[in-house]
Design a protein around this ligand. Structure first.
Ligand code: BEZ
Ligand code: FE
Length: 287
């Protein structure tokens, strides 16, 4: 048995992984061990601090269930989710709409609703219509694109956090028409705090960070022949735009309210509108 030192322990551990038959797994573990060990050396990590970290992760596990994912929230608040999103999507052609975090509140199975549907259900708030087109990068309209949309109510809660909202409220699956147009009615989104009743909330508090996300509406857009786009629109003027707790807001995704055309909107003539055209990246050709 060799004598291990502060430096040689890292080499000994790396050697144990060196026989890994999967080259990618090998790369992931080697880098993880190098950075983890270097972190401990750099900060001179104490046993008490190490234990506090273990307790933190244990608490994250305990609070996680099918409706609450504290580890994703941790990744989000540490900026890791946003970094992975940028690594994955940062080299897309610049005409395409930027992506933004999916977040933990997406749900499969939102109701299929028609063009111009109202997704707000019984929730009251300032009314808004969201509309625009989905096109490919050459400007061709994308007909039949599927838009999953979801947002929080003005109380800052998504349906699955709020017993006063019906199941799947403020969510819908919508299709673009033959000209690539989409349109739906809702209420204006509000800024809201990410869940703070778990270890991540304690962490934000301990380091003096606020937990708020700027007001936004989420979109997941899927269309044949195109890469699926996960994104969100952020409301201009929101005071948290530059300090989003999960680093998701992007300048190119900030939208303001405009007045909606009365003729097209005779049901609710005083309504504000958000107009945004989404541009999808064609899928790589196989062959
Ligand atoms: C969201 O926008 O739904 C969200 C994203 C990351 C963490 C918490 C919430
Ligand atoms: Fe959200």
């Amino acid at each position: 048995m060799r004598n291990l030192t502060e430096q040689s322990i890292s080499d000994a551990v790396l050697a144990r992984f060196s026989e890994c038959p999967d080259p990618r797994l090998n790369q992931l573990f080697s880098a993880l061990i190098r950075h983890l060990h270097e972190f401990a050396r750099e900060v001179r990590l104490t046993p008490d601090e190490w234990m506090a970290g273990i307790n933190f992760l244990t608490a994250a596990g305990h609070i996680t269930d099918e409706k609450r994912q504290e580890f994703i929230l941790l990744s989000d608040t540490l900026g890791l989710s946003a970094l992975i999103d940028i690594i994955q999507n940062g080299d897309k052609p610049e005409q395409t709409t930027e992506s933004s975090l999916l977040g933990p509140f997406f749900r499969e199975g939102a109701p299929n609703l028609p063009f111009d549907a109202d997704i707000a259900g019984p929730v009251e708030g300032e009314r808004v219509v969201l509309h625009g087109r989905v096109t490919s990068i050459d400007g061709t309209p994308v007909a039949g694109a599927m838009l999953d949309v979801w947002q929080a109510a003005p109380n800052g809660l998504y349906d699955l956090q709020d017993k006063n909202q019906p199941e799947m409220n403020l969510r819908a699956r919508l299709r673009t028409d033959a000209q690539g147009r989409y349109r739906f009615r809702s209420i204006k989104p509000a800024s809201y705090p990410v869940p703070t009743d778990g270890p991540v909330g304690k962490m934000l508090n301990a380091v003096g960070r606020h937990p708020f996300r700027p007001a936004h509406v989420h979109f997941l857009i899927a269309a044949l022949g195109h890469e699926t786009l996960t994104t969100a629109l952020y409301i201009d003027g929101d005071k948290y735009l530059d300090s989003d707790a999960v680093f998701g807001s992007r300048k190119s995704l900030v939208v303001g309210y405009s007045h909606f055309d009365k003729v097209a909107n005779d049901r609710e003539p005083q309504m504000d509108a958000i107009k945004f055209d989404f541009v999808l990246n064609p899928s790589p050709q196989r062959g």
